[in-house]
Design a protein around this ligand. Structure first.
Ligand code: KIV
Ligand code: ZN
Length: 518
C-alpha cells in the first residue's frame, strides 16, 4: 500500500478485455505469426482470462481466414472475433471463418471523422451511416455478437458519433468501440467522449450495449486514455500484449491490468477476469514469436521493471520493499528462480514447467520439444526457462520444415577466404550438399544455403544474443531476410553461434516456401 486515498467502491463493474495481439497489422513487418504460433498465443490468452480475442481479418489472406477458423473452433471460453470492413464480401468471409465456433463475434469498422470522410472515403455522413447499418445487419445474420467501430472515432464530431452509435445499435450492434485511431486524444477529452455518448443515448444502458476503448500510443497516452474511458462508462478495453501494434502500438494489456490492480483506491470498482500471474510468461511468448523485443525498461514486463541499481534504492529495498517497489514481481509471474530442469527431468516435469511458462502444445509438438530438451540437457548441465522458451519457439515456428540442416563444415581464419559446406535434408528425406565462399563464415554458409535451396534472399537484419549465461550457454540468432519485397524473419538456436545463424536463415527460407505454398 503506497497511499491512502479514495476508499474502495462497494459495487463491482465488470470490464471486458478484448485482445488484438493477433491482428496482423498490430505487428511489425516481418513479424507475421504462423498458425501454430497464433493458436498457442490464443490458448494462453484464454487461459489468462481474456474475454474476446480478435484472431484475424479473414478477407485479407488465407492465413488470417485459417487462424480465425482454427481458433474459433478450438477455444470454448473466450469469444473469437473476426475483423471486417463495411464491405459485403468481407463480412461474408468473416462469417464463414467463424462458422461452428463456440462464441463468435464480427467486428466491423467504418471511418467517421471529417478528415477520413473527405479524404479517404469521399462520402457524406448519411452515406456512411447507411453503409454501417447495412453491414451490421448483414453481420447479425452470422452471429448475435456484433461490434461496430467508427474509425478515427476520437476525431469525429460528437454529434456524428452519437448519430452513428444510435443507428448501428438500432441495427443490431451489441458493442460500440470508439477508437483513438491515430493516438491523438488526451485522457480528459477521450473520457468526455464516452460520458457524452452515454448521456445522449440512455438506450445504451437500457439495452446493455457495451462501449469500448481502443487506444493507440502515438503520444504515449494509450493506457491513460483507456483508463479515462473506463471511468466514464466504457466497459470493454481493447489492448495488446506488450503494447504491440500499428506505429507506436496499442494500449498495453499488462499495464492496464496492473494499473487497475495497483491503484485499487481509484479502480477497485472495476473488475476484469485477468490472472495477472500469467502476464509475464505471455509477454515473453509474444516477444519470442513476433521477434519484437520488449524494451528493457518497459513497465511491468521489461527486464529492468523490477531491477534496483541505485545504492540508495537498494538500501531502501533491503529495509522495506515498498520503499521503491509498488508491485510484487511474482504477482505478474516473474519467476523467483530461473533454474528449472536438468538431464534427469522427465516428461511430466517438462510439461508442467511449460504450462507454468504459458505453453500448452499439442502432443506431437510436445514430444518434439521434449526430444530437443533432452538433446540440449545432454550438452548443457542446466536448462533454464529461457532455454525452454527458445525450444518451444523453434518447434512452433517451424512445424513445417521443408529443409533441415543436417550438418555443415566451415573453413575460415585470418587471411583465408571463408568457405562453407552444408548438407540439407528436405521433407522427403533427400539430402542436398552445396559449398560456397564468403566474406566470413556466416556469409559463406548463407551463400551455400541459398544454392542448396534455390531460394534467393537478401539479408536485412542479423542479431545474435545469449539466451542463458555460462560457457555452455545457448545462443539465439534472429534474422530478417527480404524476398520479393517481403520481409520474413527466422530464428535459430544452438550452443554454436554459426549453427544458430544457419538455422535462423533456413527457418526464414522455410517460411517463405510455406507462405508461397510450395
Ligand atoms: O485503430 C482503429 O481505428 C482500429 C479499428 C479497426 C477499430 O484498429
Ligand atoms: Zn487500431
Amino acid at each position: 500500500m503506497t497511499r491512502e486515498t479514495n476508499p474502495p467502491h462497494s459495487s463491482v463493474t465488470p470490464i471486458r478485455i478484448f485482445d488484438t495481439t493477433l491482428r496482423d497489422g498490430e505487428q511489425s513487418p516481418g513479424a507475421t505469426l504462423n498458425l501454430q504460433e497464433k493458436i498457442e498465443i490464443a490458448r494462453s490468452l484464454e487461459a489468462m482470462g481474456v474475454d474476446i480475442i480478435e484472431a484475424g481479418f479473414p478477407i485479407t489472406s488465407q492465413g488470417d481466414f485459417d487462424s480465425v477458423r482454427a481458433i474459433s473452433q478450438e477455444l470454448q471460453t473466450a469469444t473469437i472475433c473476426g475483423l471486417s470492413r463495411c464491405v459485403p464480401r468481407d463480412i461474408d468471409r468473416a462469417g464463414e471463418a467463424l462458422q461452428g465456433g463456440a462464441n463468435t463475434r464480427i467486428h466491423i469498422f467504418c471511418a467517421t471523422s471529417k478528415i477520413h470522410r473527405e479524404h479517404k472515403l469521399k462520402k457524406a455522413v448519411d452515406e456512411i451511416i447507411r453503409i454501417s447499418v447495412e453491414s451490421v445487419k448483414q453481420a447479425r445474420q452470422y452471429t448475435d455478437d456484433v461490434e461496430f467501430s467508427p474509425e478515427d472515432g476520437s476525431r469525429t464530431e460528437l454529434d456524428v458519433l452519437v448519430q452513428i452509435t444510435q443507428a448501428v445499435v438500432e441495427a443490431g450492434a451489441t458493442t460500440v468501440n470508439i477508437p483513438d485511431t491515430v493516438g491523438y486524444a488526451v485522457p480528459e477529452e477521450y473520457g468526455h467522449i464516452f460520458a457524452h455518448v452515454r448521456e445522449q443515448l440512455p438506450m445504451l444502458d437500457e439495452k446493455g450495449i457495451y462501449l469500448s476503448s481502443h487506444c493507440h500510443n502515438d503520444l504515449g497516452l494509450a493506457v491513460a486514455n483507456s483508463l479515462a474511458a473506463v471511468q466514464n462508462g466504457c466497459r470493454q478495453i481493447e489492448c495488446t500484449i506488450n503494447g504491440i501494434g500499428e506505429r507506436a502500438g496499442n494500449a498495453s494489456l499488462e499495464e492496464v491490468i496492473m494499473a487497475m490492480r495497483t491503484r485499487k483506491d481509484y479502480y477497485s470498482q472495476y473488475q476484469t477476469g485477468i490472472k495477472p500471474v500469467k502476464l509475464f510468461p505471455l509477454s515473453r511468448m509474444v516477444s519470442k514469436f513476433t521477434g519484437l523485443n520488449v524494451q528493457r525498461n518497459k513497465a511491468i514486463v521489461g527486464e529492468n521493471a523490477f531491477a534496483h541499481e541505485a545504492g540508495i534504492h537498494q538500501d531502501g529495498m533491503l529495509k522495506e520493499r515498498s520503499t521503491y517497489e509498488i508491485m510484487d514481481p511474482t504477482e505478474v509471474g516473474i519467476p523467483k528462480s530461473k533454474l528449472v530442469l536438468g538431464k534427469h527431468s522427465g516428461r511430466h516435469a517438462f510439461r508442467e514447467r511449460l504450462a507454468d511458462l504459458g505453453y500448452h502444445p499439442e502432443n506431437k509438438i510436445l514430444q518434439q520439444a521434449f526430444e530437443a530438451f533432452k538433446t540440449l540437457a545432454d550438452k548443457k548441465k542446466e536448462v533454464y526457462d529461457e532455454d525452454l522458451e527458445a525450444i518451444l519457439d523453434e518447434q512452433l515456428g517451424q512445424t513445417r520444415k521443408l529443409w533441415e540442416l543436417e550438418r555443415f563444415q566451415i573453413t575460415s581464419g585470418s587471411g583465408v577466404i571463408a568457405m562453407a559446406t552444408v548438407v540439407l535434408r528436405d521433407s522427403a528425406g533427400v539430402q542436398q550438399m552445396e559449398a560456397a565462399t564468403g566474406d566470413g563464415p556466416i556469409d559463406a554458409i548463407y551463400s551455400a544455403i541459398q544454392k542448396a535451396t534455390g531460394v534467393s534472399v537478401t539479408l536485412e537484419d542479423y542479431q545474435t544474443r545469449g539466451i542463458t549465461k555460462g560457457k555452455d550457454a545457448q545462443g539465439e540468432v534472429c534474422v530478417q531476410v527480404r524476398h520479393n519485397d517481403r520481409i520474413v524473419r527466422g530464428r535459430g538456436l544452438s550452443t554454436d553461434v554459426i549453427e544458430a545463424g544457419a538455422k535462423a536463415y533456413l527457418a526464414a527460407i522455410n517460411r517463405i516456401k510455406a507462405v508461397n505454398g510450395d
